[in-house]
Design a protein around this ligand. Sequence first.
Ligand code: AMP
Length: 591
Amino acid sequence: MTSDFALSSPLVPRVSEKDAKALQYIEEITRNAATFQETVLAEILSRNANSEYLQRYKLGGATDRETFKLKLPVITYEDIKPDIQRMADGDRSAVLLASPISEFLKSSGTSSGEQKLFPSTQEELDRRHFQISLLRAVMNSCVPDLDKGKGLYFLFVRPETRTPGGLLVRPASNGMYKSDHFKTRLHDYTSPIEAILCADSFQSMYTHMLCGLLEREQVLRLGALFASGLLRAMRFLQIHWQALANDIETGTLNQKITDPSIRDCMARILKPRPELAELIRMECSEENWEGIIARIWPNTKYLDAVATGSMAQYIHLLDYYSGSLPIASMVYSSSECFFGLNLNPMCKTSEASYTIMPNMAYFEFLLHDPGSPASTSDFQPPKLVDLVDVEVGKEYEPIITNYTGVYRYKVGDILRVAGFHNASPHFHFVRRKDALLSIDYDKTDEADLQKAVENASRLLREFDTRILEYTSYAEKKTNPGHYVIYWEILVKDPANSPTDNVLKQCCLAMEESLDSAYREARVVDKTIGPLEIRLVKTGTFEELMDYAISRGASINQYKVARCVGSTSILKLLDSRVISKHFSPSLPHWTI
Ligand code: AMP
């Protein structure tokens, strides 16, 4: 095993004492990954020995790995949903974990159409904050002088709700931005806390951008949680640069910004700066957006956003806007677990990999090999390997046991082992196991799409029309991107075929049926455009099959792919399109 950590090189920039300690800590936990894993598991099991869940599986207070693996099943969300529901409804007993929970973390993933909720505690949030602080040390060790400037970060809170039992429900990022840890770091950002905590996404984005423009020369990095967020910010600049330049010229804040706390704080910051306004107008008025980041924020050293997995599709657009600045994709994390950090963040984005932090949870890995019975059969117990035993080049699904009441939970991501940092593996994120379509943080799987098509098809009944075949495509060339669903339909009576209006309603019916993450992105964030149905000529899907067979597919095994990506297949489909129909309005969405 080798340590390929950039920090072990003698060429690493000098780091502060605090950063050196953080880096040393990373070395220590990754070097002793096996011991940390054993300790973490024992700690989780002993703390929660009296929880109903562990008693249900008769763990009998055991804290060793063997008993744990023997007695506890590998589960999905469906298995713990009733327990979570009880907790959400107000059961304060030790259902899944012994300590009281402080909130539920809301995942963008769904289970049977409902948003997944994971219990969390203050201690867990602190643990996550600590990991983020390690990340800063890693970054400082790779890029010198980051403390000499600021970051323009497009950070947003999302709506918060409460369960029937009164517990807070929010994404993990909300907790982070509202924490005291975060407040101590605010001087690193161009945005005031008021901009981050404003629930109105337009006002929040406007203020982020305005402050970023005002401090353009101090900006050393631009960031967002995900690559899609950075792109959204760039599109916002394209649309609103005139209003922003106007505010900067006059030193007054746009009337559309009504949030009193933002108005108060901007009144302190905004002063007339006609030269800056002129520069922004000059850069933006030509509508040449290539390299705009490097032109407006000339000292930017890198972009900071997750750009792996479904976000990899946006790398080329970010390259376009930034003039190919490095993109640091730094964290792999989810509502159920903080997995790891990219310890070599300035590597090529397509090569980014995340080192699992062995103190965050107990990690097991299920070999992902579609041909192997271990991962396909329901009858054989799955073969799980421990963190330190995964093999380079192989693909796995992580199974986590965390401090907050989730035991042997299948995460649903597919990761490939890229190598080891000391004794802890680092993984490439390959893909989400079941996701078919994704534009932003939405993850629509085959079952979701099937249900949506079925719901829409009901509207065709009165026209005696059936959907013969369908497939889909996430169209990202439009702004914003949108779902395209290709339909081949059978119309019994051409004199009574469904009208454009009916097909538009079918688009809306599909959107209504998609999960709340899709509808939230569509309605609240507006990062997904209206769903489109493209009707194709009769026989198109036959042609598609012929095409696949001509390329080596077996006729016996051929199945229509419910999502297509290849340019040649899209070309074939698009050449057979007879009409296009778009959703006429927004689907419903409530918090
Ligand atoms: P959520 O629970 O809504 O935070 O979503 C977590 C999911 O987002 C993970 O299970 C992954 O599928 C995806 N995700 C998180 N971090 C990354 C990353 N660095 N690269 C690719 N996908 C990620």
